[in-house]
Design a protein around this ligand. Structure first.
Ligand SMILES: [Zn+2]
Length: 215
């Protein structure tokens, strides 16, 4: 298991996050599902991050919880940018190379590409997995962009319902739900007492409509 996006973001020192504020980010490959050579299905995005000290190339890969997905059909859980998604990251900057590539690779959240693969005894002796400013900015951007895309293109229909429990999309849906249930307070109580119903409702979109017709 690789590390979750939120773990990488939380581990990243504040000073690195502050440096990221001075950078500009540009998407050079929009997010797309891709099958790696080992058969693993990932959602990959590439960014160019321009800072005062130069422009760097970042690759993010969101790993599929069901690994080795055979198709996009029923039962395959697709990955996407989110706090709880497992992520693989890489950047061609010296900071990534000398501080974190080894530590991230140890947790399957990167690969030895730029460094010599030796322990960062001086730069990161505790081998804490965190990110450079470029990857940090890329992770935050991917999350925001995907949330926006999700709202417009309704990508969520392809995804496993359980993965959506904590997303913004679900909050939006909850708002809709309360709109429907305002007219029937009894229903509202029933639904809000059973959190399991939320998943079911989300999976079966026509359900709230049904309530309207029943009136
Ligand atoms: Zn970097």
């Amino acid at each position: 298991m690789a590390l979750k996006q939120k773990t990488l973001v939380t581990n990243t020192p504040q000073i690195v996050k502050n440096r990221a504020k001075l950078c500009h980010i540009k998407t050079i490959q929009v997010g797309k599902y891709k099958k790696l050579k080992n058969g693993e299905l990932v959602y990959e995005i590439e960014y160019s991050v321009q800072c005062l000290d130069g422009t760097r190339h970042v690759t993010l890969r969101y790993l599929s919880p069901s690994k080795f997905g055979r198709s996009f059909g029923k039962g395959i859980v697709l990955s996407y940018p989110d706090d709880n998604s497992e992520v693989w990251v890489s950047c061609d900057c010296p900071y990534h190379k000398f501080h974190v590539e080894f530590a991230l690779t140890k947790h399957k959240s990167s690969s030895i590409i730029f460094s010599n693969g030796k322990r960062p005894k001086v730069k990161n002796p505790r081998e804490i997995p965190f990110t450079c400013k470029h990857i940090y900015l890329a992770l935050e951007t991917a999350k925001k962009d995907y949330a926006r895309l999700n709202k417009t293109k309704k990508v969520q229909q392809k995804l496993n319902v359980q993965n959506l429990v904590n997303t913004d999309k679900n909050k939006v849906f909850d708002k809709n739900k309360s709109l429907f249930s305002k007219e029937k307070p009894e229903k509202k109580t029933m639904f809000s007492k059973k959190p399991k119903q939320k998943n079911t409702m989300f999976g079966k979109k026509p359900e709230p409509k049904k309530t309207l017709f029943n009136k």
